[in-house]
Each structure stands twice: as C-alpha cells, then as structure tokens.
Design a protein around this ligand. Structure first.
Ligand SMILES: Cc1ncc(COP(=O)(O)O)c(C=O)c1O
Length: 439
C-alpha cells in the first residue's frame, strides 16, 4: 500500500473518475453523478454541499449481501449508523432489509424514526449511559452488545428495575491489530473497546446466571478502513474458538456479530472484496451453526458521496500554490484527523483536462491541519471553479462541526436521475440561537 502522503502514486483525475462508475464527465455538463450534473446542484444549493448517490448505496448493499449469499452464508446486516446518519440513508438500508448498529440514544431514535424496527437494532458502544440503556430497554432493541463487566452490572440492575428481559452479546476484544490508522483501530488489547479475550468465558457464564439477562452470543469489531483480510481471519478464528469453549461449558451461543470495518479504495489502491470477507467468515464459522451478523458502515456509503466545494482563491507562493476552497475541516475532518487521502476532481470537464501541476488544496479554517491535499498533481483551478472531494459519504457530514462559526453544509440526495435536498444548509443565525448572554 502507498504511504499516505506519497504524491508520486496519486491516481490521475481520469483514473479516479473511471474507477467510480456512478461518476462521469460530460463534455458540456461536466462531472455528473448518476446522470445529474453536479454544477447544477452547486448553482442551486451553493457550496459546500454533500451529494449522495442512492443507487450506489443500494448497489453496494446488494453486492455485500449477494457475496454473503453466494458463499452460502445467511448474514444479518446491521448498517452502522455512525457512518452516515441521514434519515434518507437509514430509510434506504431499512427498506433493503438491513437492521441498524447504533452507538447512542440519538442514533437509536434516528434509526427508528427512519423506519427501522427496534428488533433489528443492535446497540454497541463503550459508554452507554443509564438513560440510554433505559431507552434501549423501553424500545426493546434486538440486542445490546456489552463492552465491560461494569456495563453488564448496570444493565442487569436496570433490566430488573424495569421488569424487562434483554438479549445481550459480549463484545470481545480479540487482541488483533487490524493494521489501520491508530485512531480507528479498536481490537487490540490496549484499545478501550470490548471485553478482554481471557475474561470473556467467565463473564458470559456470569451473564447467563443473571436474572433478566439473556446472553445470545458474541460480538467483535477490530477497526475501520481495514485493507487486508488477514486480521479478520485471525479475529474470526479466535471468536470461533471462544464459541467452542463456551458451548463446552454448557453455555448457549446462537449468534456471532462480526463487526464492520471493510475498507474502501480512496486512492484506487487494492482493497478487500465482500467475497473475500465472506470466505473468511465461512472459513471460521461454517461448522458452528451460529447466526452470523455484521455492522458495515463505510463500505456501504463511503464511495457514494462527494463533497462539492468552490475555489475561493489561489494563493501563489515561492513553493507550490495553495488552492483555497470554501469547504474546510469543519465539513470534512478526515484529512485533518486521520491524514486521510481523498480524491479531488474538477467539476468542469474543461478544467479536468488541463495540464496537471502540483498544489496544496486547503480550507479557510485557521489551522494548518485544514488541508485536504498536500502537493497534489491537479489540473489548474481558478477562483469560482468547483471541485468534488470524492468518497465523502462515510464519516463526512456526520463528523462535521461549526468550528470557526461555519454553518453545517447542505446535503443532497440523487436518486433515479433526480435530486433533492435532504438537509438544508444551516442558517447563520442557528449558530447562536441556543445561546444566551449571562445574566
Ligand atoms: C462497533 C462498530 N461497528 C461498526 C462500525 C462500522 O465500521 P465501518 O464503517 O468501518 O464499517 C464501527 C466503526 O468504527 C464500530 O465501532
């Protein structure tokens, strides 16, 4: 895999677009997403604006479930709401038959609001509050993934007090390094997530003896943007061993939740396929007679979104020019937070074929980290030109903030050749509407 900031391996604008069939250049209309010109959306809604391809999300859901079916696996998919929590995306996946993986009371309520039945919701997360657990009990969610002995005690007391029986899985930390960015690795023993592998059997037995607690199985999640299958195989095998041990002790294990994390080729790099993941799941679990589940987020929605932005100005320097956009790290924080690489392509077809030269693409926020690309080979961009930042459908709008008093960008949904605004741009006075001067 190319090092994250090695510009010599950057794919060209043409290579990036060719690898994403939902995007195409039209000589006149410029960059189109599912036949809808992005320039038209920018003219009407302004920039910065997120634009999502519903068809791409649908196709990816079908590709993922199809790969599982082809491998002879009946896998229950719980869409990881954190990746993109727009009601439109939740309703789309719910309509396709997915459940939801949620990590907060807010996500739980959003998922049900979008029509996903609570029985198809799995509640994960390392620090669910008492109020959130009460909400999960009153909604009677399908499964709560327990992350610590302390949480199990808390839930047991709440379940008894509320006279509810709750299905739980133990989220086990398999102590496997997923080889991804340190900030999104979750399955090493030193990470805050899950129950230590060696403690899992004793805690499972304890849970089975608790009133109002019904342990149904195990869960794991080793990280996000995982670009190899070896860590999955290792973790799945450890989970399969645990299922054997638990059953040997007479404990019932009916389900294994295999987590999410499948990476996407932001830089056109090789990335694992759903078929590869299915083979890894089958290899570990085929003879265990367990109901398999998974919680994918990024793989389903990441490639389906772009962040549309306009060039404010091009600042010439003694080194390379800075192309300053009207989008910033408050909109898309992944480059600043994870040194993430995102493709950037001009919206105009004429701009796209200009001679490439090196520049840095930055936002206007007062931090040097507000940099989308450093020393990137791009065709010349002039003030008011539009660009699309690619693969921004996951961990994009959901992670945005109003830092530097910048309102949250609009979100647009493209489906069947038409587009509609699914979230209005935040009005400027909304920035202070919930504030008061102290009395
Ligand atoms: C518990 C859990 N499940 C699922 C996901 C989704 O991961 P991804 O978007 O990489 O598929 C995450 C993300 O970190 C997670 O923490």
């Amino acid at each position: 895999m190319a090092p994250p900031n090695d510009p010599t391996t950057d794919p060209s604008v043409q290579d990036l677009v060719a690898a994403r069939p939902w995007l195409e250049y039209d000589a006149i209309a410029g960059l189109v997403l599912d036949d809808v010109p992005l320039a038209g959306i920018a003219d009407t809604v302004g920039t910065p604006t997120w634009v999502y391809s519903a068809a791409t999300m649908r196709a990816r859901y079908k590709a993922l479930t199809g790969a599982m079916n082809d491998a002879g696996l009946d896998v229950h998919v719980h869409y990881a709401v954190k990746a993109n929590d727009s009601l439109a995306a939740l309703a789309l996946f719910g309509g396709e038959g997915a459940g939801a993986d949620v990590v907060s009371g807010g996500e739980l309520l959003k998922a049900t609001r979008a029509g996903i039945h609570p029985s198809r919701i799995v509640y994960s997360g390392v620090g669910k509050s008492q109020n959130e657990l009460r909400l999960a009990l009153s909604e009677d969610v399908g499964q709560i993934n327990i992350e610590s002995a302390e949480e199990l005690e808390m839930l047991s007391a709440l379940a008894a007090a509320n006279d509810r029986t709750v299905r739980i899985a133990l989220r086990v930390n398999p102590d496997v390094d997923a080889g991804t960015n340190d900030k999104i690795t979750t399955g090493r023993a030193t990470d805050k997530f899950g129950i230590a592998y060696d403690d899992a059997v004793a805690l499972y037995a304890k849970a089975a003896a608790m009133p109002r607690i019904e342990p149904v199985g195990l869960a794991m999640h080793i990280g996000s943007q995982i670009l190899g299958l070896a860590p999955y195989r290792q973790a799945f095998n450890r989970m399969a061993d645990l299922v054997h041990t638990l059953r040997h002790k007479g404990l019932s294990v009916t389900t294994v939740d295999c987590g999410g994390g499948l990476g996407i080729p932001y830089r056109n790099e090789p990335a694992p396929s759903p078929a590869g993941l299915a083979a890894a799941m089958k290899g570990a679990f085929h003879n265990l007679d367990v109901r398999l589940a998974m919680e994918p987020g990024r793989w389903l929605v990441g490639p389906a979104g772009v962040l549309l932005a306009s060039v404010v100005l091009v600042k010439q320097t003694a080194f390379e020019p800075f192309v300053v956009l009207d989008a910033a790290m408050n909109d898309l924080v992944r480059p600043a937070m994870y040194d993430a690489w995102h493709g950037i392509v001009p919206v105009s077809a004429i701009d796209a074929v200009g001679p490439a030269r090196r520049c840095s693409v930055v936002g206007p926020v007062c931090e040097s980290g507000d940099t989308f690309a450093r020393s990137r080979l791009l065709p010349p961009l002039v003030p008011n030109a539009r660009v699309a930042i690619l693969d921004a459908g996951a961990y994009g709008a959901v992670m945005s903030s109003t830092y530097n008093a910048r309102p949250m960008a609009a979100e647009v949904w493209v489906d069947g050749g038409r587009w509609s605004v699914i979230r209005d741009r935040q009005p400027i006075d909304a920035l202070w509407e919930r504030e008061r001067l102290p009395t």
